[in-house]
Write a protein of this length. Structure first.
Lengths: 774, 596
């Protein structure tokens, strides 16, 4: 048996199967995608090929790069099942029918090598039933891997093993899913719906029932069951629209037929005539003609909501009356709010939390698994037990008891205690033995949140902090809203440099947030512009240039470790790092032109330097400059780390980490690998194309203008960008120093800042979140 | 002695010369109001102010209003003056022609308002409140109400009031209790008591139209449960003549510090019939639309009194002989020199003059924006005008009335002991001016409005309408040969304002009390910079005129010197208020309430 996975086969090219195959390919691993032979047509691979073709057009994209798409080999199960012999893992994602699955497994058994893992992506069928009739050898290699949709973006993977499953086989799959595919594995027991969907379905059912019973509007319900609970703002009805209303009866039928007779789900499972009518008429949610919400294109893209009483669409109301927002995230205050808000909140939260609490240990081994499942599978900010801690376990138990409802054992066990606590800087959870145990992170997982629990910052101000993450590595964290960058961040960087050089070996720039950084604090900048405080703006620009160059030339290696959004100034700081270890989901770019500005913190010079060193870049000053101009003038943002490499924001040898939880650890290792013999880079000298190049770039921009792809003001902004990139007054024979280029960048930036149309763009972006095309 | 001659030359200066480049001009809708026409209107208004209203100012103060058997009588001569005023069309000056108004630009109207306030502040309230009432009705009432009431109110045949305050609530209107009960015919019955109602009852017009804030039976508590109603004193008959009495009675008229010829009434509404203006529970919105325009007008009241006080002081300083000039005898034929020769008297007169000219320049600027807000066709100009008006309204209200009071006070000081005697007429200015700092939102509330609402709105967008012109002016004239020093001083004060703005925005976000603690000083700093900008601009224009050669050299030279005085002796206050702002709330809020 091979202990690593070098090739994977996915059978079933539906949304889930194809998406799983794409994520395997995103990990750089070849994957065979098979489906049945279509009844019609000559192309026997049409289904799998069609799935790949469709995925190349889907947004958000299942593939991280074109190169990844090329790793998918398509075929059909009649002609190509022998390919399974080349694979170390076969993932079955065919229709949820036991007979079909069993039939497939029988065929697989004939072709697969021993030790090749076989897993089912089933969400409803018990493992015991799936392997019925198979050999012991097959059973040893078999497990359930339950992915969430879309597989690239949802981080949860529920793994269920049977009594016969070989731990080594399961371990191999788990390691691959974690490290290569970036999923966080939660172990579930072989019970219906596993963990996330079992709780999620219960939650949705309670939410639907209570809204109908109480006569709430869908907007009211979602305003309570969303943000105020730390749940995505889709709440209940928005979520059902998203996953498909027609899925509801299936889930319900599956759960009612498989759950034990005494499960509380049976009491709440019921169908609503309106929902049945919607499904029968094709109103199945976002994928259908509409759902509880819809965009009415006949009425000028009017946002509408369904009136639950009449079944008619009406304009969506934004004035929802009292919502749960007043509770400000205090769950106790929320469920105790007088009137409909508190009543509805309690109906769903009290019920769901009690239900979730009863699932340990029958469906999940511990509270951590339940919380992880809901946070990663349903994007809840806190898991059920974390919510119970905020509500008070005793409060929940007391209120359930007072209402004559059963109190789950684990709540009794907790008593006055919380399910989580921090002891000696370590996060601990309450075990079923009644004692607290450390939350153990898998090998290679380092969270800044854990470091923060155990230590005090080395430096800290309103917008940034510096932490000791061990082994002589310091971590620079942004802490402002959206991790926006401002003068305080720059100040902290300047203070950090001497500290890190004297007491540490390396620095990583990292934070735990979903967005690495949205760039400069535009709100602050706009306020400064509005009061004509140009001097302050210039100070901020110069301060940022100095801080970033300080990092670049510091006597220790600096590794940037971005995840999620890293744009504008958040991209520029990465350009100044010695190396990058990026999360695969990296959305980075220099987007300043979109708000009528140009990069002002050294991004222009760094990008030119990057481009001229890029492999395949033709020689001479112009090609590199033209490439940067094209990327920056259009405010292009990468849709993955792989794409960021193609766009030159990352170097070819920069690292990519698939699992978000492993990013800090990987970045730290990368930083440590650079320590020995580290010497800061030499300051580059540029040979820039000057006036002639400037004219050429402007002509290229004019082309965009003529095709209607650029506005008049885009021309002004791109002209300013071209001015900097070509070195301003520089002549081809002159060399331009880094400092001279910074000065040119700063002066050009300050000129744009005074333009009313730039101010209008910044203002529009802040007020609407969308760029203004003026 | 109360002396007043309308400062027409300065008014024409601020209207026609000072703000031509502010981007608010050239409004097509106002094309017919040529400079010649505007000047003619101003000259006529000056005559009314000087000849009709000024003579009644002191007599009105002495006599006051009286209440007998539920009837309020204005002082002698007021009724006749009002009649003349109304017949002359002065009530309808700025109103919409659709309702019989003359549609005069606000910029011109504000100058006429200033004249009326200079001549007789008490009198100004009667037409002034009517105008406020018509604004609210125009903006929010049903067409039926508009058709019926506006023509009579615009012409001044009927007058108006604003009934907000109750005995237990003024600033905090959320607490008000007057109730309105819906009737089957769509009208409402209002019951409750209102106090401090200016022009609440009088004998100048045949009917009085009250705009009353009250609560509907099912209204939510607080400010979100207040509705606005139109309640006539006499229920009009269908032919438009006043009919039966509508249950509105005067419980008392207030005995006030000043403004004695204006009847300030306690009104009782007993089952009075009224009609809803605007939407239910949205009364404050309608009231504030009116109040915002009224706030600029109240600012102008401060300026008006300030101007009259200044002129009266100048008259006295030239007339009163006392002591000899320190630089040698100036009046050898008299027993002493007129007191205008003394530096300290000069200090007072120049201060008063600089305040008045500074405020008048701002008044013209803001009222030009009021016109642009209404008539501009370019949406960007319109937006900028709205922003500017929103920002400057609290500044105009509080700065002008603070300075108006200060100026009136200085006038008393110029008069010495005689100023303290009623016959001099100047102590009346102090008493009259005092109320403007209080009503239509106290000046403290204005400062909170500036700091809490206007400053942070849209990431400081309102500020842009003021900060950018000032910044551009400084940059354009920085190295000016003659005015280099003046521009430098402006730049310094402007820098202090920028820094204060940023500090308040930052601190105020974390701790609203910090913003509130700095509010009054911040408003003053804004005012000081605004005056400095206007006066520096005036000086530049004056210098250019003098260089070109002009028959009005005396006027422009005086303008120049007044500006210079402002920069030498008043603008330095900017540093002081800046330091106060910087100090923060610390010592202001440190003591426990028991320690007081």
């Amino acid at each position: 048996m091979s202990d690593s996975i070098r090739k994977v086969c996915v059978i079933g090219a539906g949304t889930m199967g194809a998406g799983i195959a794409a994520q395997v390919a995103n990990a750089g691993v070849p994957v065979v995608l098979l489906d049945i032979v279509p009844r019609e047509g000559e192309n026997r691979n049409a289904i799998a090929e069609g799935a790949v073709a469709r995925m190349l057009k889907t947004e958000p994209a299942p593939f991280m790069s074109q190169a990844a798409a090329k790793l998918v080999e398509t075929g059909n199960i009649e002609d190509h099942l022998d390919k399974v012999a080349e694979c170390d893992w076969v993932i079955e994602a065919v229709i949820e029918r036991l007979d079909i699955k069993q039939g497939l497994y029988a065929k697989l058994e004939a072709v697969k090598r021993e030790g090749t893992a076989v897993s089912s992506n089933t969400s409803t069928i018990p493992l015991a039933n799936l392997v019925e009739g198979r050999s012991d050898a097959f059973k040893r290699d078999f497990l359930i891997t339950h992915f969430f949709n879309p597989p690239r973006y949802m981080r949860l993977l529920e793994i269920v093993t049977g009594p016969a499953t070989d731990a080594a086989v399961a371990g191999k799959v788990e390691r691959f899913a974690d490290v290569a595919m970036g999923k966080t594995v939660v172990h579930a027991k072989d019970t219906p719906g596993f963990i996330a969907n079992r709780i999620g379905t219960y939650w949705i059912q309670l939410g639907l029932n209570a809204a109908f019973d109480m006569g709430l509007t869908v907007e009211q319900a979602d305003a309570i069951a969303g943000k105020p609970m730390g749940v995505p703002k889709t709440g209940i009805f928005g979520l059902v629209d998203l996953v498909g209303i027609d899925l509801m009866p299936h889930l319900q039928a599956s759960l009612t037929s498989t759950l034990p007779k005494d499960d509380p789900y049976h009491e709440i499972a019921r169908s609503h005539p309106l929902i049945e009518k919607m499904i029968s008429e094709g109103f199945t949610g976002r994928k259908g003609k509409g759902g509880f919400y819809r965009l009415n294109r006949d009425m000028g893209r009017r946002k509408e909501a369904l009136d639950l009483a009449t079944g008619e669409y009406r304009e969506k109301t934004s004035a929802r009356g009292p919502s749960g927002r007043a509770a400000k995230g205090d769950l106790r205050a929320l469920v105790e709010t007088k009137g409909a808000v508190g009543e509805y909140a309690w109906a769903i939260l009290g019920g769901t939390l009690a239900y979730a609490a009863a699932l340990v240990p029958s469906a999940a081994a511990d509270v951590v698994a339940v919380d992880d499942a809901m946070k990663l599978g349903y994007n809840w900010k806190s898991g059920p037990f974390e919510m119970i801690d905020r509500l008070g376990a005793q409060y929940l138990a007391g209120r359930l008891d007072a209402e004559g409802k059963p109190v789950p054992e684990i709540l009794k066990l907790a008593g006055e205690r919380t399910f989580y606590r921090v002891e000696d800087g370590k996060r601990q959870f309450l075990g079923l033995d009644g004692d607290y145990h450390d939350v153990v992170r898998p090998e290679g997982v380092l969270r800044l949140a854990d470091v923060k629990l155990a230590s005090k910052p080395l430096l800290k101000n309103g917008s940034a902090a510096l932490w000791d993450v061990g082994e002589g590595v310091a971590c620079l964290e942004f802490t402002g809203k959206m991790n926006a960058l401002d003068g305080d961040v720059m100040k902290l960087i300047i203070e950090a440099i001497p500290l890190v050089s004297s007491k540490f070996r390396a620095l990583v720039v990292y934070n735990d947030a979903d967005s690495f950084s949205a760039g400069a604090n535009l709100g602050l900048a706009l306020f400064a512009l509005n009061i004509a405080a140009y001097g302050e703006i210039e100070k901020l620009v110069a301060g940022g240039q100095m801080a970033y160059k300080g990092l670049k030339y510091a006597p220790f290696p600096v590794v940037g470790a971005p995840a999620g959004l890293a744009v504008g100034g958040g991209c520029e700081i990465l350009l100044h790092c010695d190396a990058i270890q990026a999360h695969a989901e990296l959305y980075t770019g220099l987007v300043e032109c979109g708000v009528g500005l140009i990069p002002g913190w050294g991004g222009n010079g760094e990008m030119i330097d990057r481009a001229r060193k890029a492999p395949m870049m033709p020689k001479g000053p112009m090609p590199a400059v033209a490439k940067v101009f094209e990327t920056v003038s259009t405010a292009t943002v990468s849709k993955s780390a792989a794409q960021a490499k193609e766009m030159l924001f990352l170097r070819p040898d920069d690292g990519i980490t698939m699992n978000r939880d492993r990013l800090l650890h990987d970045a730290k290792q990368k930083a440590l690998s650079l320590v020995e013999g580290y010497a800061p880079p030499e300051a580059p000298e540029f040979r820039l194309p000057g006036e002639g190049g400037h004219v050429a770039l402007n002509m290229a921009a004019q082309g965009f203008r003529k095709r209607g792809m650029a506005t008049d003001y885009d021309m002004v902004v791109s002209d300013a960008l071209a001015n900097v990139l070509t070195g301003g007054e520089a002549d081809l024979v002159d060399t331009v120093s880094e400092q001279e280029l910074l000065k040119l960048e700063r002066e050009t930036f300050m000129r744009l800042v005074r333009e009313p149309r730039t101010i209008a763009r910044v203002e529009h972006m802040l007020e609407t979140g969308k760029p203004l095309r003026n | 002695m109360q002396v007043y001659e309308a400062p027409l030359r300065d008014m024409k200066f601020v209207l026609h010369e000072l703000h031509q480049d502010d981007g608010f001009g050239n409004l097509e809708a106002l094309e017919e109001f040529t400079p010649d026409l505007v000047d003619a209107v101003l000259e006529e208004a000056a005559k009314v102010a000087q000849e009709v209203l000024l003579p009644l100012n002191r007599s009105g103060d002495v006599e006051g209003c009286t209440l007998e058997n539920g009837v309020v009588r204005t002082p002698q001569g007021f009724k006749e003056a009002y009649e003349l005023f109304r017949e002359g069309g002065w009530c309808a000056l700025a109103s919409d022609p659709e309702w019989g108004g003359q549609g005069l630009p606000e910029s011109v109207n504000k100058m006429t308002e200033e004249m009326i306030c200079s001549a007789n502040l008490s009198f100004s309230l009667y037409p002034g409140l009517t105008h406020g009432g018509t604004t609210a009705i125009e903006g929010y009432a049903s067409d039926e109400l508009k058709q019926f009431y506006l023509p009579k109110m615009v012409s001044g045949t009927w007058s108006g009031t604003m009934c907000l305050t109750e005995s237990h609530c003024g600033t905090d209107l959320g607490m008000l209790r007057t109730k309105a009960v819906p009737q089957d015919d769509g009208s409402y019955k209002l019951t409750g008591g209102k106090i401090f109602i200016s022009a609440g009852e009088h004998d100048l017009t045949e009917n009085i139209i009250h705009l009353v804030l009250a609560r509907l039976p099912d209204a939510p508590a607080g400010v979100k449960g207040i509705s606005l109603f139109l309640v006539p004193k006499y229920l009009p008959k269908d032919d438009g003549t006043p009919g039966p009495s509508n249950g509105v009675s005067v419980a008392a008229i207030e005995h006030k510090m000043g403004l004695k010829a204006s009847a300030t009434c306690q009104l009782n509404f007993e089952e009075s019939t009224g009609w809803l203006v605007g939407k239910p529970n949205k009364g404050l919105e309608a009231m504030f639309t009116m109040m915002n325009t009224e706030r600029v007008s109240v600012g102008v009241q401060g300026l008006g009194v300030g101007e009259a006080a200044y002129q009266s002081a100048v008259w006295y300083a030239k007339d009163r002989l006392q002591g000899r000039s320190l630089s040698g005898v100036k009046n050898p034929n008299g027993p002493a020199d007129p007191i205008i020769v003394h530096p300290d008297v000069r200090r007072m007169l120049m201060t008063m003059r600089a305040h008045n000219e500074g405020c008048r320049a701002i008044s013209a600027w803001v009222s030009r924006a009021l016109d642009a807000e209404k008539h501009a066709t370019d949406p960007e100009v319109k937006q900028r005008a709205q922003d500017f008006v929103a920002l400057m309204t609290p500044v105009v209200k509080a700065l002008f009335t603070d300075l108006g009071f200060e100026t009136a006070n200085l006038a008393v000081q110029v008069y010495g002991g005689h100023g303290y005697i009623a016959e001099s007429g100047v102590e009346q200015y102090v008493r009259d001016a005092r109320i403007a700092m209080i009503y239509e939102g106290t000046n403290g509330i204005q400062a909170l409005d500036l700091v809490g609402r206007k400053l942070p709105a849209h990431m400081g967008r309102y500020l842009r309408a003021f900060f950018h012109p000032v910044s551009q002016f400084i940059e354009a004239n920085k190295g000016d040969e003659t005015f280099g020093k003046m521009i430098e001083a402006l730049e310094k004060a402007f820098g202090a304002l920028q820094l204060s703005t940023a500090t308040i925005a930052q601190k105020g976000m974390k701790d609203p009390e910090e913003g509130a603690a700095a509010a009054t000083e911040y408003l003053r700093l804004t005012g000081l910079v605004a005056m400095a900008y206007c006066l520096a601009k005036s000086a530049l224009i004056a210098q250019r005129k003098l260089a070109e050669g002009t028959e009005e050299a005396a006027f422009y030279k005086t303008k120049l010197t007044t500006a210079q005085f402002y920069f030498d002796r008043i603008l330095p206050q900017a540093t002081a208020v800046f330091l106060a702002i910087k100090a923060g709330k610390g010592s202001m809020m440190a003591l426990e309430a028991e320690a007081f």
